[in-house]
Design a protein around this ligand. Structure first.
Ligand code: GDP
Ligand code: MG
Length: 438
């Protein structure tokens, strides 16, 4: 699907104006992707009419092709649809998790605790599920793997009492994450119980945990939990499966909230903060919307960004992914890719002459996806690519909407460039590299 959307957009490439038919076709592709990702029909329809209206009425800014113009409108509207990430300040707070049984609350509580602990805070998980046999052991085990404080009491059958005692027992912690029981369906006793826990715990945030496969069932749940305790944000779990989580947008819309975290696996590290670009790319099955949009923005603002990067530094120390990214940017500024490729370690060596004509596009695509991938990396990873292992690759793939294979390619490319550079350094010659950079 992503490729047919891309195809429709590419049809606009040579044009400076878009026709109604063009827009119609693009909107149809987007609708198809979104509906298939479980996004609610009425949300899709609202989005479609905004895109159509804007694409036909707004003038493309100078220097922008019709394709990029439409693309940036599509992207802006999609960001409007999925929303920005729920604000989670890195300070003392209590978070209550709500949701049906099996949605992933217990797993999420340990994941979020792990996430906070990586941010330097001291989290504690309080397990109040007295309904599901084994809930205590499961939570305890996960928290010990996450190396975070845990409170639960398998001999106490009163969840409200457990919550109260849990807060007392874990008073030293900065972050209190209160896990609750679920049921197979929304039942009155579940709602009563969570309301009571809520009033004792007095949370700063109530998060609704939803399975990515939820579909339109999200609506009732969201309504009920929002009415009883108020929902401030949504967590989407099991994004490592085939479901794209579009149903959760219904819950976001229904509760007038936003998405806070995404879960993508069974271990405590399989968690990330929600980020609109990665999520949108995933919904559409298309990786490079953000970067293309940025290109439009660049065309609009004619101010050159400040470069505080000095190629000389690269010659002295180790070659990081940040260096590689700067090198790629420098290349983009230098003009047509074809002409500079030969000078780049790893790309060069006359290799260009031997490639078929369309191979250049592949390379451009590759560089574009490298950019997107690097946007999903942490500063630490960019500075120290060796810290990127299998689980980081999985997370980055999810965040960037790119294949894991692409990320390995990027790391391979970096390694190759880094080795070439070492040879330069070994020979004590920075000249060629510097010339290339300027
Ligand atoms: P709860 O009933 O809401 O507390 O849900 P649990 O946390 O017990 O999760 C239910 C099941 O889903 C467990 O088998 C978890 O291992 C699994 N699970 C939770 N989150 C994820 C996820 O992000 N990915 C995958 N693959 N499984 C998950
Ligand atoms: Mg549970």
């Amino acid at each position: 699907l992503g490729s047919s959307l891309r195809g429709s957009l590419d049809k606009l490439s040579g044009k400076s104006r878009v026709s109604e038919d063009d827009v119609e076709e693009i909107v149809k592709e987007i609708q198809r992707s979104l509906l298939q990702a479980d996004v609610d029909v009425s949300l899709v329809m609202d989005l479609s009419s905004s895109i159509k209206e804007r694409a036909l009425e707004e003038e493309p800014p100078g220097g922008t092709t019709a394709r990029d113009h439409v693309l940036s409108i599509v992207y802006e509207e999609l960001v409007g649809l999925v929303g920005e990430s729920t604000e989670i300040p890195l300070e003392n707070q209590t978070i209550l998790l709500a949701g049906l049984q099996g949605s992933g609350k217990t797993t999420t509580s340990a994941k979020m605790a792990w996430w906070f602990s990586k941010k330097g805070l001291r989290p504690a998980v309080i397990q109040t599920d007295t309904f599901r046999p084994g809930a205590y052991d499961q939570a305890k085990e996960m928290c010990s793997r996450a190396e975070v404080d845990f409170y639960g009491d398998p001999d106490n059958e009163d969840p409200v009492d457990i919550a109260r005692k849990g807060l007392e027992e874990t008073a030293d912690a900065d972050i209190h994450i209160v896990d609750t029981a679920g049921r197979h369906a929304l039942e009155d006793d579940l709602i009563d119980e969570i309301e009571e826990i809520e009033s004792v715990v007095d949370p700063d945030r109530n998060l609704l945990v939803l399975d990515a496969a939820i579909g339109q069932g999200a609506k009732d749940q969201a309504q009920q939990f929002d009415e009883s305790i108020g929902i401030d944000g949504v967590v989407i779990t099991k994004l490592d499966g085939t479901a794209k989580g579009g149903g959760a947008l219904t819950a976001v819309n229904e509760t007038d909230s936003s998405i806070a975290f995404l879960g993508s696996g069974e271990t405590v590290q399989d968690v990330e903060r929600f980020e609109p670009n990665g999520f949108i790319s995933r919904l559409l099955g298309m990786g490079d919307l953000k970067q293309l949009t940025e290109r439009v923005e660049r065309a609009m603002s004619e101010t050159e960004e400040e470069e505080d990067w000095d190629p000389e530094d690269m010659m002295k120390g180790s070659f990081t992914l940040n260096d590689m990214r700067h090198q790629m940017n420098a290349m983009n500024k230098m003009g047509p890719l074809e002409q500079v490729m030969d000078m780049i370690p790893g790309f060069g060596g006359g290799i260009m002459d031997e490639l078929p004509d369309d191979a250049m596009d592949v390379t451009k695509d590759r560089m574009r996806s490298f950019e997107i991938i690097m946007d999903s990396m942490t500063d630490k990873e960019l500075e120290n690519p060796r810290s990127i292992g299998a689980s980081q690759i999985r997370r980055i793939a999810r965040g960037s909407g790119q294949d894991e294979e692409r990320i390995r390619e990027l790391l391979q490319q970096h390694k190759m460039m880094s080795q070439t550079l070492k040879q330069f350094q070994g020979m004590g010659q920075g000249g060629d590299m510097e010339r290339m950079m300027k």
